[in-house]
Design a protein around this ligand. Sequence first.
Ligand code: E4P
Length: 215
Amino acid sequence: MKFFIDTANLEEIKKAASLGVIDGVTTNPSLVAREGDVDFHTRIKEICELVDGPVSAEVISLKAEGMIEEARELAKLADNVAVKIPMTEEGLKAVKALENEGINTNVTLVFSANQALLAAKAGATFISPFVGRLDDRAHEGMKLIDEINTILENYGLDSEIITASIRSPRHVKEAALIGADIATIPFGVVQKMSKHPLTDIGIQRFLDDWESTKE
Ligand code: E4P
């Protein structure tokens, strides 16, 4: 399973990369806005220099033509840019056109299996179902990951599933058990994944026992 870090913050990306477990980055307009007064293209370029894997950058246009123009500009920033396209009819048209141009896409804001099936058929490189936002509305986000995983396998469709809108380590574990290709994870959740109270207790006990041999 690949891990992407879900942030536009350079320090978080550096820290996550230093752990040796990060295969890419996803951003969205809200995450970029959280960074304050940064130039979007400059920030995407900076992120692309920090990681070798795919870096998702989202378009703002709602019409296919505008999305395609934005995507071409984003793709010029670095070889590892994947252009995030919203899951709409216009988005599907853009995905097909961009696939023909060899530009990688990440179809975002996916909330149903049929949306994912359409995105895969249009030629999306990545598909991002949002589990946390479904859970927030009392749906079962992880059930959607399972359904999409089965559908893509049934038909040998090439798109990779990015489990997105992750809120907890439990989401990551469940996505891994299902066999989702990728989880895009906020840095705070990566940190929580590395911790267990018994690990801390165990380290302290080893240190105490080691010290006691010197008494
Ligand atoms: C990543 O590609 C998504 O944009 C992100 O995971 C959405 O997360 P949120 O639902 O916490 O905003």
